[in-house]
Ligand binder design. Structure first.
Ligand code: GTB
Length: 217
């Protein structure tokens, strides 16, 4: 059965791959699972039909037969569990890869989101400029620790896994800030993720949605 995911009809990131449907598309591409995309406006996301799928009125969602999921981490985990290729066969390695998935969204993504909120939502507040270095330093602490753990390895724990997919997708959101460049091992790590053919296909597909939404002429 072909799954259907939801994504922004007009992504505010202008197709830069920063919205969370990107990681779901990437996972589906990695395992070779074709999928359909239902595009939603911000208004449609808040309508009852979508709220039945996603209690918080967001994207992405995932529908496959009688299964409906929200939360990008849960969706990527489901894809990784149902298809070979994204989680190791060895039980302990598999559990560690799942641990990295959690680390990406629970330890690394929150301070990155804080930075985005500080810039986008709080940039006009009188205290914003004073707070920004604190927010950036919290990210630097985590990036330093992650870079040390990665060391000279290509991936976080052996072969590329759903843990790397999630971690790269989360770190990718930092690219516009330039902060990733302070950690060459991590910028190389993200570049390795971006160079995967599945990433490129997913990126091109979400960019095509944005391009098609632009008026011509
Ligand atoms: N924890 C959820 C998950 O991982 O799936 C979070 C989902 C989420 O935040 N979805 C966002 C959304 O639907 C889109 S990805 N927002 C609309 C709303 O809440 O009304 C977040 C996002 C949005 C925009 C950019 N951007 O423009 O750069 C980047 C990321």
């Amino acid at each position: 059965m072909t799954p259907t995911i939801t994504a922004f009809k007009q992504s505010p990131d202008r197709g830069r791959g920063l919205a969370r449907d990107m990681r779901v598309r990437w996972a589906l591409e990695e395992v070779g699972q074709p999928y359909e995309v239902r595009l939603l406006s911000f208004a449609e996301m808040k309508e009852p039909a979508h709220l039945r799928l996603h209690p918080f009125g967001q994207i992405p969602t995932y529908e496959e037969g009688d299964l409906a999921l929200f939360e990008s981490g849960a969706i990527v985990f489901h894809i990784a569990e149902r298809h070979p290729g994204l989680l190791p066969v060895d039980k302990n390695a598999r559990t560690r890869a799942i641990g990295w998935m959690f680390a990406s969204i629970n330890t690394i993504e929150p301070p990155i989101l804080d930075l985005q909120n500080a810039k986008l939502l709080e940039g006009d507040k009188p205290w914003s400029q004073q707070r920004l270095p604190l927010v950036q330093d919290r990210i630097r602490v985590r990036l330093g620790q992650l870079s040390t753990r990665l060391g000279d390895a290509d991936w976080l724990d052996g072969a590329f896994s759903a843990g790397d997919l999630m971690m790269v997708a989360v770190l990718f959101r930092l690219k516009p800030s330039g902060m990733l460049d302070e950690y060459p091992r991590l910028s190389d790590y993200v570049a390795r993720g971006e160079s995967r053919p599945a990433f490129k296909r997913a990126f091109a597909d979400q960019l095509a949605v944005f391009t098609a939404s632009q008026p011509t002429g």
